[in-house]
Design a protein around this ligand. Structure first.
Ligand SMILES: [Zn+2]
Length: 266
């Protein structure tokens, strides 16, 4: 069999698979968790353009979510959710690192559209230039619109290099303590820096948290292990059409991305 035929057969099988998953996966039986970083017209550094969604673009996305009837949950609410039973369209909006623009640019829009969001704060960056201050964390928490949770103390990948048990324990426990002191609210969720984790990291995380966010891919929450929840990254390149395909047509979006890569269109 020549290569072209093989590719055609593989593509055909993939389309059958994608349509099957598409028909099988309804919006009410899963919760997609989105991962943002920065919302600003100005990237926080020149290399971070990809991680910076313009406020106008972010507003379009929030308008889409609210017009389509999606209810936003805090990350900490996920363990109590049974998507199969809930029968509602639910999503979780998260922001990593704790950039100050989450307060100046994202927070007003979240309030405007009545969308809840969770910020995973690098605890050592509280009150540092370009990052959220204690006062901003407290104000957003008290608004009931934003929940601030842990992204460890130092943001170093936990399962890489020569991290000891004590190092990881410090990253988990101390970040919870610092963020709770700033927000005045309980911290029960952690996002692993670079998605890096192993069994030891998970065991330590369980001492302090009951929700952990690990990888980034199209694996929505359907009630599985709350210590290993995946998220979908939203980047500056994503159009509102992409967001719609991600949210409503997951396999077709994966197919589109695969074809784009194959054809070198990105
Ligand atoms: Zn991060």
């Amino acid at each position: 069999m020549n290569t072209f035929k093989r590719i055609l057969i593989a593509l055909g099988l993939f389309i059958i698979f994608a349509v099957g998953v598409e028909l099988h996966t309804n919006l009410e039986s899963r919760v997609l968790v989105y991962m943002y970083h920065s919302v600003s017209d100005q990237p926080f550094n020149p290399d971070a353009e990809e991680f910076t969604v313009a406020p106008a673009q972010f507003e379009k996305q929030l308008r889409y979510f609210s017009e389509q009837g999606f209810e936003t949950l805090f990350a900490t609410e996920l363990p109590g959710i049974e998507p199969q039973a809930a029968g509602k369209k639910e999503i979780v909006l998260t922001f990593d690192d704790g950039y100050e623009d989450n307060y100046t640019d994202a927070f007003p829009l979240l309030k405007k559209y009545g969308c809840k969001a969770t910020i995973f704060m690098i605890a050592s960056k509280i009150d540092q230039p370009g990052y959220l201050s204690s006062a901003q964390i407290r104000e957003m928490t008290e608004s009931g619109v934003v929940s601030v949770q842990s992204h460890t103390v130092s943001h170093q990948p936990l399962a890489w290099g020569d991290k000891t048990y004590e190092d990881v324990d410090y990253e988990m426990g101390e970040s919870k303590r610092l963020i709770e002191a700033a927000s005045g609210a309980e911290v029960t969720a952690v996002a692993m820096p670079n998605g890096s984790f192993d069994q030891t990291v998970t065991d330590i995380a369980k001492k302090y948290y009951n929700v952990a966010f690990t990888g980034t891919d199209f694996a929505p929450y359907t009630g599985q292990d709350p210590m290993n929840i995946h998220r979908v990254g939203i980047y500056s390149r994503h159009t509102i059409g992409d967001i719609r395909r991600m949210t409503e047509k997951r396999p077709l979006y994966v197919l589109k991305r695969g074809l784009e890569k194959l054809l070198g269109l990105e």
